[in-house]
Design a protein around this ligand. Sequence first.
Ligand code: COA
Length: 420
Amino acid sequence: MSNKPLNGIKIIDFTHVQAGPACTQMLAWFGADVIKVERPGAGDVTRSQLRDIPDVDALYFTMLNSNKRSLSLDTKKPEGKAILEKLIKESDVLVENFGPGALDRMGFSWERIQELNPKMILASVKGFSDGHHYEDLKVYENVAQCAGGAASTTGWWKGEQSGPMISAAALGDSNTGMHLAIGILTAYIGRQQTGKGQKVAVAMQDAVLNLCRVKMRDQLRLEKLGYLEEYPQYPHETFSDVVPRGGNAGGGGQPGWILKCKGWETDSNAYIYFTVQGHAWAPICDAIGKPEWKTDPLYMTPKARQPHIMDIFGTIEAWLKDKTKFEAVDILRKFDIPCAPVLSMKELLNDPSLRASGSIVDVPHKERGSYVTVGSPIKFSDLKPEITGSPLLGEHTDEVLAELGYNKDEIAAMHAANAV
Ligand code: COA
């Protein structure tokens, strides 16, 4: 642990569920001392949510809280508040994602935190930004996806399943946590210049919107042009005045679609994503056995192809009929065509490349034996994050209290008062 870049940064992790824990977990991987503060007896709600083994911390918790220490502390009790005050004086960062106003109600407003430690960086996740007309709302993942533009632009645009659609990716939770991590590190570097801490906040709505900026681009284009040429509605259907849902369309400068491969009738993931890069048209024609398309004016340019792009995808699908998704990608990669198989969670879990790179790791755990988790997606030349198990509730309470200067009798008194 000693030579990790964030070594020496002490973080009070007052987070729960996913958005905050994802942020502090990443900082812990890179060497920060992350002390998770949890309510005695209960802890983070995810410890007991969606359990797969009775009475053992759920994967929901273990996969978001590795490399941390756990301090159980009732911060509504005077003794608990006193401990938190001490901790604030000795830490660099406090991260929280409580509902609006909870930290103030607990007696730890930003003003109070600054009084205790002017160098403190207070990092918060909320559903909406300060002063927003929805600032009082509590927010979970899917609420944020709806508020940030993802739901209105994801999914099918016609038929029975044409309503707004939620993404399975945690655009509202973990994505907001990643934004917050960048904010914390920026404030930390800022502090090295000014000697002062500051408050860093990321609203889940804003973090989702930041990932949806290409859809806002499309709204602005739509208002100018009245149509969006890369959407499946073009040119045969009409556009309204809002960005439509585009199904599996490429969304950028090159058309793409999810295409069926051999076995799709029984395997729900027997598909590939196929991209028609403008300058890769000739190799595509060669790969799929349609060399005549290279010189056919109906196919030669992106503009000529667009009106019948879905028919072109249909022809490629016919070519894919006798190939599995892996066989298809193995052929297409030789022609430099951007594509990939649609991989299931099961396939990802067993992917040897992801194991070798540390993107999926096995981690020891005191009660589970071991568990699989997603490792660091960030790779460094001089740092290989070592993922350790998540802590049991209150596992490090006595250790942290001793570090704060409490003696054995005082620690015992805290336990007796149910403050820890
Ligand atoms: N000791 C004593 N009390 C504690 C405590 C501790 N260690 N830790 C938390 N609490 C109390 C808080 O003081 C607060 O009490 P109060 O409401 O009486 O003031 C309460 O526990 C926590 O409330 P809250 O965070 O609002 O929990 P919730 O379960 O009602 O709501 C969320 C959960 C996620 C909806 C809400 O926290 C939220 O909107 N967070 C911000 C957005 C966010 O991060 N959402 C994504 C989560 S993945």
